[in-house]
Design a protein around this ligand. Structure first.
Ligand code: C2E
Ligand code: MG
Ligand code: MG
Length: 597
């Protein structure tokens, strides 16, 4: 219409319109306005006309239909009455900028109806200018888009979601998986893909009918979503196949914990349509990046793992990479087994002898924990970290200290010299409240001389909370025990702190001893540690000595003591006793040629 013409001229008028204006008959002009008014009143688009200051001067009937405001409620007010909270302030700034600079704004905008409902509309807003080119009015014409959006959403729902369970369907799942993988190919973070299959679902369908089968699928879908929570994505791929994406898992045991949560819930009977059903499922798991970096690889491998799980016939899960699965299930069962093991006294100690160069004889031992679980021996490296994590190390550690004291007391009664026995303390145990009084109590219980006990704590364990460490270490020394810094050289302790720490012995980590003959750096570090110990007046022990070459290197460079397979493996108490009575191979005393190491 001519009103859109910024100059206000009538040059763009249609011929038909001109006949109303270029005549002297006012009734014809009036009829023209009647026509326009009829359009205004009957169009399905809402129309708002404001003056230059933005005050609403005119609205049409569709405006009332769409917004719910009667004309008398809108006239004289600002269109802000329709504003929703959906857009940031910049949106409206941009709106006005375009309108003022270009005379027009067009786009989607979310407004609020009188009843509070927020809805989308498509709006075209134009400025009408006076003869001098100043904006005189603004006209907004808008369509309610809610219905269109609703239909779009329904289409989206149908193409992305499973009609039966309401869960994301295969297409959506795979596109999300693809997105997660491309992100992870950069970050390398873990992700788990679970293929979940209900055992003997066909039986349910065949015997109870599809109606019950569908209800079971809906139940399972809901149960899986609940277990996985908002962090994961559960999808029904088809039939009784569900896929689950766990994007926030860092270790195989975290995955296993999630799977176990599902199985725990599956253990409860499911009531559907008057039937009480006991369900079981098979789950296959593949893990990024271990089992693949592509969607197809991960899906294929989770499927293979699911097939293996299914063979067992009961509720079970399998990782594609068996090693991951073993570690995960070990952790799950280990915690219980650890508790039971403690009750059933499955833990005992081995003693690994140490040799002192200056004394020319063995000088004591390190007590190392051994676990003979019903399934066979479990390595300390497998159960100590878990015991730390679960807090069981506190009970276990106390038990170790007690076993050492009991053993020393037993030896004392019939053996002259068990030597100094070093006990490992993990960081968590070391920083535990009341540790000192507990140790003191146990020492008293067995009447053990504290000077026959060494405490090994790792360098990183000390550095974890330095202030606390200093006070605990001081307490230990006050009690009369010897303090060892274990695995020295592997942490980040500053030499500045080292000189202030109340410690007695540095234990050079095995990793340096391993390379001491071949690797110049390891040799230099080992020499440096011995030098530091010397200058700080500390004793120094090398652990993991396996060859006579390493032994000679350490003797030559002034190390005080050594421990390692060359001298002896960790021994049960009786064997340690025998070892203490036997002669040390002569090479330890610097004599080679016969009685070799
Ligand atoms: P660690 O305290 O550094 O103990 C030394 C480890 O090196 C022991 O392994 C020992 O058997 C091994 N070892 C000693 N000499 C040699 C050698 O010549 N060659 C080789 N290849 N290995 C050697 P183990 O007994 O498996 O213990 C591993 C770790 O478990 C220990 O490292 C310690 O951190 C922890 N641990 C063991 N017992 C206890 C305990 O009672 N309490 C706590 N908190 N931790 C313990
Ligand atoms: Mg140790
Ligand atoms: Mg060590």
């Amino acid at each position: 219409m001519s009103a859109h013409d910024a100059s206000g001229s009538l040059s763009s008028m249609f011929e038909w319109e001109k006949q109303f204006f270029f005549c002297d008959d006012p009734s014809r002009t009036r009829r023209y306005f009647q026509i326009i008014k009829a359009v205004f009143d009957n169009t399905v688009e809402g129309i708002v006309i404001t003056d230059a200051s933005g005050i609403i001067r005119m609205v049409n009937a569709a405006f009332t239909t769409i917004t719910g405001y009667m004309p008398e409620e809108a006239l004289g007010r600002n269109p802000r009455i329709l504003k929703s909270d959906r857009h940031p302030p910049e949106f409206y700034e941009n709106f006005w900028l375009r309108l003022v600079n270009e005379g027009k704004w067009e786009g989607e905008i979310w407004n609020r109806r009188k009843n509070g409902e927020v809805y989308p509309e498509w709006m075209v807003c134009t400025a009408v200018y006076d003869e001098r080119g100043n904006a005189e009015h603004y006209i907004s014409v808008f369509n309610d888009l809610s219905e269109v959006k609703f239909k779009d959403a329904q289409i989206e729902l149908r193409s992305n979601y499973d009609y039966l369970t309401g869960l994301p369907n295969k297409e959506m799942f795979q596109s999300r998986l693809f997105g997660e993988l491309s992100h992870r190919n950069r970050s390398g973070e873990r992700l788990a893909l679970l293929v979940f299959d209900i055992n003997r679902f066909k039986n349910i369908n065949d015997t109870l009918g599809h109606f019950v089968g569908d209800a079971v699928l809906r139940k399972i879908g809901g149960l899986l979503s609940e277990c996985v929570g908002s962090a994961g994505l559960v999808s029904r791929i088809g039939g009784d196949d569900f896929h689950i994406l766990l994007p926030d898992v860092h270790t195989p045991d975290e995955i296993a914990v999630q799977v176990k949560r599902v199985f725990d819930r599956l253990g409860d009977p499911v009531d559907v349509e008057g039937h009480r059903l006991f369900l079981s499922a098979s789950v296959g798991i593949s893990v990024f990046p271990e089992d693949g970096r592509e969607v197809d690889d991960l899906l294929k491998r989770a499927d293979i793992a699911m097939g293996k799980a299914k063979e067992s016939g009961i509720s079970s899960y399998r990782f594609f990479t068996e090693d991951l699965g073993r570690r995960a299930s070990l952790k799950l069962t280990l915690e219980n087994a650890l508790r039971e093991g403690l009750e059933r006294h499955e833990f005992h100690l081995h003693y690994q002898p140490k040799y002192s160069f200056s004394r020319g004889t063995f000088s004591g031992a390190e007590a190392l924990l051994r676990w003979n679980s019903p399934d066979g021996p479990v390595q300390p490296s497998d159960f100590i970290p878990l015991a730390e994590e679960t807090g069981l190390i506190l009970t276990l550690g106390e038990e170790v200290f007690r076993m050492v004291c009991r053993q020393i007391a037993e030896w004392r009664d019939r053996w002259r010299f068990p030597g100094e026995i070093a006990v490992n303390l993990s960081a968590r145990q070391f920083h535990q409240k009341g540790l000192l009084s507990k140790l003191k109590g146990i020492l008293g219980e067995y009447d053990v001389d504290p000077s026959s006990i060494g405490i090994e704590i790792t360098e990183s364990g000390i550095m974890e909370n330095l202030l606390d460490s200093i006070s605990v270490l001081t307490g230990m020394k006050d009690l009369g025990m010897t303090v060892f810094v274990d695995d020295f050289g592997t942490g980040y302790s500053s030499l500045n702190y080292l000189k202030r720490l109340p410690i007695d012995v540095l234990k050079i980590d095995k990793s340096f001893i391993d390379g001491v003959l071949e690797d110049g750096n390891d040799a230099a570090i080992t020499r440096a540690i011995i030098g530091i110990a010397r200058s700080l007046g500390l004793r120094v022990v090398a652990e993991g000595v396996e060859t006579s070459g390493q032994l000679e290197f350490l003797r030559h460079n002034g190390c005080d003591e050594i421990q390692g397979y060359l001298l002896s493996r960790p021994l049960p108490p009786e064997a340690y006793e025998k070892f203490g009575e036997s002669e040390i191979p002569l090479c330890f005393n610097g004599i080679s040629g016969y009685n070799h190491c």
